[in-house]
Design a protein around this ligand. Structure first.
Ligand code: 48N
Length: 324
């Protein structure tokens, strides 16, 4: 659909287009289709360079920008209100799971809920302030799949900047037509249903992160919800927002207690996280570092192979639920 400056859908049949806006404020000097200067349409970067004297953007009305954003967002909210899978946390594990699922099952609606404005979790740097990212083999197979170049160092590989991995996987995930990222949005509770195996997870409760972080110092704003039969929680290890789902399962007495992440041991940690990524209660698969909190697994420190392969394993576990 394309809209004119009054927000009328100019692609709609004439009857559907409301009469031109009456208020002078809405009228534009050149009524009807605006004659755009060459600069604004069908030009190339080369043609623009050095021709800045008569440069002009195509004209716009602020409401067109507002409608371009809000129409799409609310269409997405409506579309994903019933999702097939919700992934909580767009860190390296959650993004890897989204990539595998979104590609293998383009028929499934997958919503990613990410508390931060900027998804990616801890995968923007290799560790502390160092940019290179290490992944131990065989996780290099995932890098080849998504097209991230690396240096081969024998038993491990090095991506020259962690942001190269994270931006590449995010770009691939965001281009998938059946995946929607809701960032700056926090899962602040879980939807549950009684079932013969005990409480099962049936969706998530969401709010703007800024609201969720200030429930104590402002009148509560009720949340929103997304129904789905399967949640993959990858909210990282403990921290202000970390290990959200497993801590909530304890507080609702669905699991007894957390094992608590153990000290750093790369070899023990990475094998355990990948092998044990699983459905920990009906309707919820936990992966990545959040799993170390529930299992009491070691942490691995600045190596990310287990994150991407835990994402792969989480996707595999989810596909079992959706086996055609
Ligand atoms: O990167 P993280 O924290 O989590 P993972 O498991 O994807 O990757 C972990 C990895 O970065 C490490 O910690 C490395 C390997 N170090 C290990 C070690 O030993 O130190 O991403 C979790 C994402 C973040 O983007 C959070 O903002 C988000 O989850 N998040 C949430 N999003 C929505 N609702 C919530 N309640 C929530 N809680 C966290």
């Amino acid at each position: 659909m394309m809209f004119d400056h009054s927000g009328n859908n100019i692609m709609a049949p004439p009857s559907a287009v409301s009469p031109p806006a009456r208020s002078a404020e809405l009228a534009t000097p050149n009524k009807g289709a605006v004659n755009l200067t060459k600069t604004a349409m069908n030009t190339t970067l080369e043609e623009m360079m050095g021709q800045w004297d008569d440069f002009k953007f195509a004209p716009i009305r602020e409401s067109q920008v507002s409608r371009a954003m809000t129409r799409r967002y609310f269409q997405d909210l409506d579309r994903y209100a019933e999702s097939d899978i919700v992934i909580i946390g767009a860190g390296s594990c959650g993004l890897s799971a989204a990539y595998v699922l979104g590609k293998k099952r383009p028929d499934l609606k997958i919503a990613i809920i990410e508390a931060s404005v900027s998804p990616g979790g801890g995968a923007w740097l290799g560790g502390q302030l160092f940019s290179a990212m290490v992944m131990r083999k065989p996780a290099d197979a995932f890098l080849r799949e998504v097209g991230v170049p690396y240096e081969d160092e024998g038993h491990y590989v090095v991506v020259k900047h962690a942001a190269l991995f994270t931006s590449t996987i995010m770009s691939k995930v965001l281009q998938l037509p059946n995946v929607k990222l809701f960032n700056a949005t926090c899962v602040e509770d879980l939807i549950t249903r009684p079932s013969e195996e005990g409480l099962r997870i049936a969706g998530v409760v969401t709010n703007w992160t800024l609201v969720a972080m200030h429930h104590d110092d402002q009148s509560c704003m009720d949340p929103n919800t997304i129904n789905c039969p399967l949640v993959i929680s990858t909210t990282g290890h403990d921290g202000p927002m970390g290990a959200f789902s497993v801590k909530r399962l304890v507080s609702m007495q669905r699991i007894e207690k957390l094992g608590g992440m153990r000290g750093l041991d790369m070899n023990l940690a990475e094998d355990a996280i990948v092998k044990n990524t699983r459905e920990i209660v009906p309707g919820m698969i936990v992966g990545g570092m959040e799993l170390s909190e529930v299992d009491g697994a070691n942490r691995m420190g600045p190596t990310f192979g287990a994150m991407v392969l835990s994402g792969l394993k989480a996707a595999e576990e989810a596909l079992k639920v959706y086996e055609i």
